[in-house]
Design a protein. Structure first.
Length: 141
């Protein structure tokens, strides 16, 4: 009985993040730059970052969030960086209110963080060494 209670307490403290909140189209505050996310048939979240310049849509990155063994992995592929090879970031499951995907061995970024402010607004931080980087707000369309 104690084991069951302890398991319930541990699961409630480390409940899985609500990745479904990312689904949809998000616009960077004040810019024609977007992230769009949808769930594939196998449950993987597929995303892309893009911007609209005049009549053209320019894809900046392709994104993916999926479970790999016991870790949740965020994979970013940027066409003009890292020879277009995918870079993996692992979810820091110790943070309660932040989706923080981390790869301390990558030059920049080392952390990509999503903080949901409401159902339709979020704050994104892109951080490198010593948590230096940039941040921006996004609004769900």
């Amino acid at each position: 009985m104690r084991l069951i209670i302890l398991t319930v307490i541990l699961l409630s403290q480390h409940s899985p993040p609500k990745f479904h909140q990312l689904e949809g189209t998000w616009q960077v505050d004040g810019k024609n730059q977007f992230e769009v996310w949808h769930k594939s048939t196998n449950g993987v979240l597929i995303g892309k970052g893009y911007k609209i310049k005049k009549q053209d849509t320019l894809v900046l990155e392709t994104l993916q969030i999926k479970q790999v063994n016991d870790q949740i992995t965020y994979t970013a592929t940027v066409p003009d960086q890292n020879e277009a090879r995918p870079i993996n970031f692992i979810l820091n499951q110790n943070l309660k209110d932040t989706l923080s995907f981390e790869n301390p061995n990558h030059d920049f970024p080392q952390k990509i963080q999503y903080v949901f402010l409401t159902d339709s607004t979020l704050f994104v931080r892109v951080l490198g060494v010593n948590d230096k980087g940039f941040s921006f707000g996004m609004v769900k369309q």
